[in-house]
Design a protein around this ligand. Structure first.
Ligand SMILES: [Zn+2]
Length: 270
């Protein structure tokens, strides 16, 4: 599933090809995504891209008037094609530019989204209640500490809640809790301010490394240059059940927390 680093990598991949370019045509071959692709997406035709941003796992493609919100869902990808090939199965949408370049949206499982926004994108219902970006200055130990008081929810579920902070997916939650030495089932309200400091640093570090390496889990992305977009990140605990902890040698454990597989070291994480 595309996680924050993959979405950020996608943004960086498409931005240089789209910014300031004018859209000639939007071709929707199959509107059946997570929500039906609205007819209004054709309002993009004739308009230039004025900015491209990421918010959580949403891509915000702002045009002169209105804009597009794209989510890659479970299996979506965007490609930039200089010489568009015949569309294949799952190539649901093409955004054709006046200069002949095409941005193609492919999504085999169709959990992605491709939406039109007339006004202020940040006020869109999908975006307005999102927590801070994990790599922003707003995301601090104090912030997490305050948000977590009286919360009995497991710390792992707490940091994976998009209203608390966006973009901390299952892999990154397991990895950052290991790096911070916090047991994934500890109640969020029982983590000290100081330990939240360590956790904030770990989340930033693990996401930052993934962005630099190009993400970990997306299989279907072909980047703008046509080369494979991602490299596998070295993971400390995720998917290592039974293997030795790199820090102490104890076997890594796996446990389902909040319906997601969680990996941790029972000796290093308290
Ligand atoms: Zn250990």
């Amino acid at each position: 599933m595309p996680e924050l680093p993959e979405v950020e990598t996608t943004l960086r991949g498409i931005e240089p090809h789209l910014l300031n370019q004018r859209i000639a045509r939007v071709v929707v071959r199959d509107p059946r995504l997570r929500w039906p692709v609205p007819d209004e997406v054709t309002r993009a035709e004739g308009q230039r891209f004025v900015s491209l941003q990421r918010r959580g796992k949403y891509l915000l493609l702002k045009l002169q008037q209105g804009g597009l919100i794209i989510h890659l869902g479970m299996s979506g990808s965007l490609r930039i094609l200089k010489h568009p090939l015949t569309p294949q199965k799952h190539d649901h949408i093409d955004v054709e530019l006046e200069n002949g370049t095409c941005m193609r949206f492919n999504d085999p499982r169709r959990f992605g989204a491709f939406l039109w926004v007339d006004g202020n994108m940040a006020a869109h219902e999908l975006l307005r209640s999102l927590g801070p970006e994990p790599l922003s200055a707003e995301f601090t130990a104090d912030y997490l500490y305050k948000q977590s008081r009286d919360r009995r929810v497991a710390i792992k579920n707490f940091i994976m809640n998009g209203h608390v902070v966006v973009g901390v997916g299952n892999i990154y939650a397991s990895e950052s809790l290991f790096m911070a030495g916090i047991h994934p089932q500890r109640a969020a309200g029982r983590v000290s301010r100081q330990r939240y400091g360590g956790l904030v640093a770990a989340i930033r570090d693990v996401l930052d490394r993934a962005i630099r390496q190009g993400g970990t889990t997306l299989r279907d992305f072909v980047n703008s240059e046509g080369a494979p977009g991602y490299f596998a990140q070295e993971l400390l605990v995720y998917d290592r059940a039974g293997s030795d902890c790199f820090q102490c040698g104890a076997p890594i454990r796996q446990k389902v927390i909040g319906q997601r597989s969680s990996y941790y070291c029972p000796a290093c994480q308290r």
